[in-house]
Each structure stands twice: as structure tokens, then as C-alpha cells.
Design a protein around this ligand. Structure first.
Ligand SMILES: N[C@@H](CCC(=O)N[C@@H](CS)C(=O)NCC(=O)O)C(=O)O
Length: 210
């Protein structure tokens, strides 16, 4: 949704979780993974496939660089976000919010706490060292790299997981600046309201566990 907004496109968001997607969603996403996407008769799933489709169809403003180095580094950051950051962030978001508040399942507090304590910091250490003075990861301008890296942190921010600015000052300021863009801010406000309406995060302290 942020990628579309930065392109100046108006994308319609429809709920698809917990079986709400229906046949249209399943035609786009054969394994029912979100997001699915439809444009006329064309349907596809996976955020990477969707943003590459949008970039090819709407080349301006360019968000996936054409130069070999810039393109490779953009894909590197997008993969980092989609794999290692999502694995760590997903363990936290699932166990502190989706499991207990949406699916009404027991939380695995240990898994969430371990991801926050052990898996996120090495990623934050790496990112802290590679953010250029321009405030953009690639080509000193907004690209998919910034949108991808800021996205899992947007989701985690809705349940109160933030980057410690004392330990990672550059990264914290960078993420805040990307999240302040109108494309992110509008979505963050809605997501935060939804998480709050569903009861907010459940942590080990709240459950009275260790
Ligand atoms: N790499 C894929 C991840 C797709 C994915 O795992 N989506 C999750 C939500 S973030 C999902 O649909 N989970 C629900 C399920 O697996 O049933 C992408 O970026 O689109």
C-alpha cells in the first residue's frame, strides 16, 4: 500500500485474513498468503511480485533503481526485510497480538521475547552502520529499499516494539523519518487504531508469566 501511495496510485484494500478473502483472493493467492492483488483480469500474490508489477506498469516515480548496483542493493534490503526481519518481527507480532487477540490462542511469550532480544538486535546493528547521511538506503532517494525496511517496523510499532534510540540512534531517526511520510502515516494511524480496538498487545508481564 505504501509503494502504491508513493507512486501516486489509489489502491483499494480489502480484508483477506481468516477466510475473509473469498474466491477472488484465492485466485490471486493460491496458498492464501496475504497480500493478494488484482488489476483487471490480472491477479498475483506476494508483495515482491506485486511491487515489481506496479513498477513495470507505472515506471514513474521510479522506486526500483535501474542501475545494476542500485537495483541489487534495493533487492538486498527488500529480501532482508522479507526474510530475516519478517521472521523476527513475525514471531513477536504473532505471539503478542495475532495469536492472543485475533485467533484467541495461547501466546508463546518465550518465542516473542527471544526474537526481540536475540534476532532483532543484529539486524539493527547492521542497519545502523549502513544508513547514509541522505537518510535513504539506496541512491540517496526514496526507493523500495526504504519502504521494505520500514514496513516490519511499522507493524511492530503498532504493538509498542520500537527501536531503542539510545542504542541505535541513526536507525531510530531514519525509521521515524520514513514513517512520517504521508504514505506510511495514513496506514500507521489506521493500523494502530485497529490493534487498539482489538485489545492491543499481550506481553509476558501482562499475563503474569516470567
Ligand atoms: N513473502 C511474502 C509473505 C506472505 C505471508 O507470509 N503473508 C502472511 C501475512 S504477513 C500471511 O498471509 N499469513 C497468514 C497465513 O499464512 O495463513 C510476501 O511478502 O508477500
Amino acid at each position: 500500500m505504501v509503494f502504491g501511495a508513493e507512486k501516486g496510485l489509489t489502491l483499494e484494500l480489502k480484508p483477506a485474513g481468516l477466510g475473509q478473502g473469498g474466491p477472488e483472493f484465492e485466485a490471486a493467492s493460491p496458498f492464501r498468503k496475504m497480500p493478494g492483488f488484482k488489476d483487471g483480469d490480472f491477479a498475483i500474490s506476494d508483495s515482491s511480485a506485486i511491487v515489481h508489477y506496479l513498477e513495470a506498469k507505472y515506471p514513474e516515480p521510479n522506486l526500483i533503481p535501474a542501475a545494476p548496483e542500485g537495483r541489487a542493493r534495493t533487492i538486498w534490503f527488500e529480501e532482508l526485510a522479507d526474510t530475516m526481519m519478517m521472521a523476527a518481527g513475525g514471531a513477536i507480532f504473532f505471539n503478542r497480538f495475532v495469536g492472543p487477540r485475533v485467533l484467541k490462542q495461547e501466546c508463546n511469550h518465550a518465542a516473542a521475547d527471544a526474537a526481540e532480544r536475540d534476532a532483532l538486535p543484529p539486524l539493527f546493528d547492521y542497519l545502523e552502520g549502513v544508513i547514509p547521511a541522505s537518510g535513504y538506503l539506496v541512491e540517496d532517494r526514496l526507493t523500495l529499499a526504504d519502504i521494505a525496511i520500514a514496513s516490519p517496523m511499522a507493524t511492530l510499532g503498532t504493538i509498542g516494539v520500537r527501536i531503542d534510540a539510545a542504542r541505535w540512534p541513526r536507525l531510530a531517526a531514519y525509521i521515524d523519518a520514513i514513517h512520517a511520510r504521508p504514505s506510511f502515516a495514513a496506514i500507521l494511524e489506521k493500523d494502530h487504531a485497529l490493534v487498539t480496538a482489538l485489545g492491543g498487545p499481550v506481553t509476558a508481564e501482562m499475563a503474569g508469566a516470567e
